[in-house]
Design a protein around this ligand. Sequence first.
Ligand SMILES: [Mn+2]
Length: 294
Amino acid sequence: MNRAIWAGLNNPKLDIDEADAVVLGLPFDGAASYRKGAAQAPDRIRSISTHIPPTTEEGRLLTALELRDLGNLEPGTLSQEAYFSEVEAAAARLFGRTCPFFIGGDHSVTIPLLKAAARVFQAPLGVIHMDAHPDLCEELAGNPLSHGCTHRRALEFPFIELQNIYFVGIRSFEPQELEFLEGREANIYTASALYNRGVRQVAEEICRKLSPLRHIYITLDIDFLDPAAAPGTGTPKPGGFTTREMLELLQIFARLPIIGMDVVEVSPPLDHADITSFAAQRAITEMWGHLFGS
Ligand SMILES: [Mn+2]
C-alpha cells in the first residue's frame, strides 16, 4: 500500500494493535439490484485521498493518527457466501483491536461486518444506518443476501435487535419492508422528519437513546446524500441530504463509543467529477478527526 494515500497518513508497517484505525476495502458489488460499479470504490477513494491535507475541516491535525490501510479483500471467483465468510473472518480480526473503516462494495458487505462485530463483542450492538433505504427486505431479486436485505440478515444474528438499529434519512420503501415494519417498533427517521426536525436535533436524540450501549457501529450508504451531492451510486433517491448535513450528523455520532464504520454504495463509473468519492473520503477522514484528531 502506497504511503501517499490518506493524506500521507498510511503506515503500511504499523501493527494492527498499534493502529487507531485501519482501512479495509471490500470491492464486491455482486448483490446490487440495479446498477453496479461499487467494487471500484475502495481504489477510487484511496486514489483521490493522496492530494488532501492531513487536517480536518475544523483545523484539527490528523498527523498523530496511527493509520494502516490493509488494502482490499478481493472476492475473486468466490461465491457471495464464501466471500462473506472471508469478510467476517477478516473483520473479526480487527474489531476490538483497532477501529476498522470498511469501504464497500454494495451494502450487502455490511452483513458479515455486523456478524463479526456481534461475535467479537458478545454484547448488544447499536447500529446507525444512514441510507435512503431501510434495507429490510427478506429477499430482493431472489437473493436473500442482496444489498436490500442487510438488516433482515443482521437481525438473525445474536446481539442485534431492531430496537438498537437507527435508520436515518429513509425515503424509499419496498412494499415487503412496510409489511415487515407493520406492528413492529423501529427507529425510522425519514428524510422528511430529519429535514423538518433538523439534523442536529435528531442526532442528539439518537445519541441519547443509544447511550446505554457500549458498542456502536455506523454504516453509511452514500445514497443517504441527495443525488446532487452523490450522483455516483447504484440506486439514487432524490430528496436526500447535503454533504454538510451528513458531516453534522457524523460529528455528533462521533461522541458515541464507535467500534467501526463502513461507507458503501459509491459507484465511481456512475460518478461525475468524483463528487461521490470525495463525499465518502470526507466522511471517513472527518470521522478520524473526531475520534483521533488533536
Ligand atoms: Mn443501503
